[in-house]
Design a protein around this ligand. Structure first.
Ligand SMILES: Cc1ncc(COP(=O)(O)O)c(C=O)c1O
Length: 378
């Protein structure tokens, strides 16, 4: 069979029509001295925790002939304890569900509450996987509006929800890639709008994606799940816990949402090794949260120094900063890369995003920006 060289390799396969011509998620994984492009935590896990993981995984290995705890009860109990301690709201085990990264949590939610003939809305620019996972689950994706300062345009959002009647509403707070936190009043307004728009059925699911919640200046939106059966908060151990390689995400919601997700989750989806590793990391919560404090300080320093250099910077509540504005943000991305620093071009015209790294990595990044500003006379 001859292939059209400009088409994707899968275009001639009998794939689903809505996937034809689309691109997969793909932040570049380049081998450069300073990688600040995927909002990872720059600090490796502390050695005593590495040892504790080895112990717990060794224990789990002795039982690997058996399937893992399908309901991950011990892990969900510890996650509930963590949320109750840090999220400003008491959460019980039956309100928590865990999966392989919050991406899988989002996928399970869309498989349960979205799907063919249904739709989901997000307010863009936002986390691109909300749209991509929607498409992957056959859910129509609706791109909702934001204001010029990247806050959610509440009036326009309410209008879009009333008109399009989405089954799932994504609110990313702090928002990736802009770092913008969403006010509780905004969430409540959109929750009410979403329930009103779908009042003829059982309402709509509202998902607050708090992947970066621990880095926020303000409190978590977790308390909003109280008495709101269609509100979900999703979280991850990839960022604050410095465990992106672990693949552990979780949600908190009404127990009925956790029960509903059981309809689509694969049996034994969370391996014994994953559960053991996550439990070990949770034992070190206090140590790991100290790194979060350091990263918040560095994040604020990046914001101040970029502004001093003359960049425009969006206020950030996350472990990354969106900065600009560049006439050609991709050329600026390349110029920074040429200095050995990898940042992220999310395709937001004029803007780039940098993750907070170690102080030395952040210095290298700031030097690179100073150099390109000098070169271009910007
Ligand atoms: C807003 C947001 N949500 C979810 C995720 C997914 O995280 P993970 O699947 O590693 O838990 C990310 C990752 O970058 C993110 O930025």
């Amino acid at each position: 069979m001859t292939r059209n060289p400009s088409s994707s390799p899968w275009d001639e396969l009998p794939i689903r029509d809505e996937l034809r011509g689309k691109s997969p998620y793909g932040a570049p994984q380049l081998d450069v001295p300073v990688r600040l492009n995927t909002n990872e935590n720059p600090y490796p896990l502390p050695e005593p925790l590495v040892q504790r993981i080895a112990e717990r995984v060794t224990e789990a290995a002795r039982d690997l002939n058996r399937y893992p705890d399908r309901d991950a009860v011990e892990l969900r109990t510890e996650l509930a304890r963590y949320l109750s301690r840090t999220g400003g709201h008491e959460v019980t085990t039956d309100q928590v569900w865990a999966a392989n990264g919050s991406n899988e949590v989002i996928q399970q939610l869309l498989q349960t509450f979205g799907g063919p003939g249904r739709s989901a809305i997000g307010f863009e620019p936002s986390y691109s996987m909300h749209g991509l996972i929607s498409r992957g689950t056959g859910t129509e994706w609706i791109s909702g509006p934001r204001n010029d300062d990247f806050t959610i345009d509440v009036e326009a959002a309410e209008k879009a929800i009333a008109e399009r009647k989405p089954d799932v509403v994504f609110i990313c707070s702090p928002n990736n890639p802009t770092g913008t936190a969403v006010a509780a009043e905004t969430v409540l307004a959109l929750y009410e709008a979403a329930q009103a728009a779908k009042a003829d059925t059982a309402g709509a699911l509202v998902v607050i994606d708090e992947a970066y919640g621990e880095f926020s200046h303000g409190p978590s939106l977790l308390p909003l799940i109280e008495n709101r059966p269609n509100l979900v908060v999703s979280r991850t151990m990839s960022k604050a816990f410095g465990a992106a390689g672990l693949r552990l995400g979780y949600l908190a919601a009404d127990p009925a949402v956790v029960d509903a997700v059981q309809l689509v989750r694969l049996p034994y989806h969370l391996s014994s090794v994953t559960q053991a590793t996550a439990l070990a990391a949770l034992e070190y919560t206090d140590t790991l949260l100290k790194y979060v404090e350091q990263l918040k300080t560095e994040r604020d320093r990046i914001v101040d120094e970029l502004r001093a250099i003359g960049c425009e910077v969006v206020d950030s509540d996350a472990n990354f900063v969106q900065f600009g504005r560049f006439d050609d943000q991709h050329a600026a991305w390349q110029a920074i890369l040429d200095q050995g620093v990898l940042v992220r071009d999310n395709g937001v015209p004029g803007w780039l995003r940098v993750s907070a790294g170690t102080p030395a990595e952040n210095d290298a990044f700031l030097d690179a920006v100073r150099a390109i500003m000098k070169e271009t006379g910007a």
